[in-house]
Design a protein around this ligand. Structure first.
Ligand code: FPP
Ligand code: MG
Length: 334
């Protein structure tokens, strides 16, 4: 199965999610739907709803609309984090459009992020299932921990791969894991299946962020729909830079040290970093790591009974690494 078929399999439900998202960000305070609509219309792959819907169907959920409501919960948490993240990262573009912080300012972005975050908990209250509440609140707690860890690792080239993966597991993988787990809870799956889906979501979530961090170096603004090379500018020490530093000689290490301490980043500095990444085969290394996590994710669900939804989860796992890299590179050779 390919990713497009995964999407087609839950097309009707994904359309219902779009309608429910629009309904749920309504407010008579006009700036709230304005900013939410701007972000929502930028597209977004709706990966979390896709994971939740597919997991719920895999576990046999088919009697009601709770899955649509819970999709809004995870998508609103995700949207809230994006609004906050673009303020923290001083990012100018999101989903191919001006980021909300550029169009409306930091204050408005933070507040509408708060609104969507609060709304998500109102929706989960409406769903009235403590297991789902526990799952999404745990994911929220962990993604904030991840973001705080990222802050403490800022400009710190002594960050290890292990510390990086721990940060990514919280920042990005926690909500993907929770999306899969929520689907299992909706389908009243046995504990073992719920745990397998959670672990699948966590592993592919790590791969997702790793590819995001790789593409930040090797893609461009247009293909990404957000600013490329922003991580270096913001001092985020991600796997490609950690690996390049690890392989570098003393002189190259000194150059990277100085770069992270500098106020401004010159074009030739970025070029030299990219040259180092090329020299030390960092792209293949990062791709290898991402593929390992995808394999681990697939292994977590390998024992589940065969079904079209299981095939779909495997296709989503492949999409996260292979197709995203293909889509975001002009000449994908990795
Ligand atoms: C994107 O990372 C950011 C996240 C996955 C998490 C952001 C979380 C917060 C800002 C915590 C507080 C927010 C709330 C509402 C609980 P990235 O910057 O690497 O990705 P990008 O390239 O898409 O910007
Ligand atoms: Mg960001």
């Amino acid at each position: 199965m390919i990713f497009e078929e995964s999407v087609a399999l839950v097309k009707k439900e994904l359309e219902a999610v779009e309608v429910a998202l629009q309904e749920n960000f309504m407010s008579d305070v006009v700036m709230i739907p304005q900013i939410s609509k701007h972000l929502s219309e930028g597209g977004g792959k709706r990966i979390r709803p896709l994971l939740l819907l597919t997991s719920s169907k895999l576990c046999g959920y088919n009697n009601g609309n709770r899955h649509i409501n819970v999709c809004c919960v995870v998508e609103f948490i995700h949207s809230a984090t994006l609004l906050h993240d673009d303020v923290l990262d001083d990012a100018a573009i999101r989903r191919g459009k001006a980021a909300a912080n550029v169009k409306w300012g930091n204050e408005a972005s933070v507040l509408v992020g708060d609104y969507l975050f609060s709304k998500s908990f109102q929706l989960v209250a409406k769903d009235n299932d403590f297991k789902i509440l526990d799952s999404v609140s745990e994911a929220s707690r962990r993604l904030i921990e991840g973001e705080v860890l990222q802050l403490t690792q800022r400009k710190s080239i002594i960050t290890t791969e292990e510390e990086y993966f721990d940060m990514v597991k919280r920042k990005t993988a926690a909500l993907m894991a929770s999306s899969c787990q929520a689907g299992a809870i909706l389908g009243k799956a046995p504990e073992k299946v719920e745990q397998a889906l959670f672990m699948y979501g966590e592993k592919i979530g790590i791969a997702f962020q790793l590819i995001d961090d790789l593409l930040d170096y090797i893609s461009d603004d247009e293909k990404l729909g957000k600013p490329a090379r922003n991580d270096l500018k913001e001092g985020h020490v991600t796997l490609p830079l950690i690996r390049a530093y690890e392989c570098s000689d003393a002189g190259e290490k000194e150059f990277i040290d100085q770069l992270l301490g500098a106020e401004e980043l010159a074009r030739e500095d970025t070029t030299r970093i990219l040259d180092l990444m090329e020299k030390y085969d960092v792209i293949s290394y990062a791709m290898g790591k991402a593929r390992e996590y995808v394999q681990q994710g697939k292994k977590e669900i390998a024992e589940l009974p065969p079904s079209v939804y299981l095939d779909s989860l495997n296709a989503i796992a492949d999409y996260i690494v292979e197709n995203r890299v293909e889509l975001c590179l002009k000449n994908p050779t990795y």
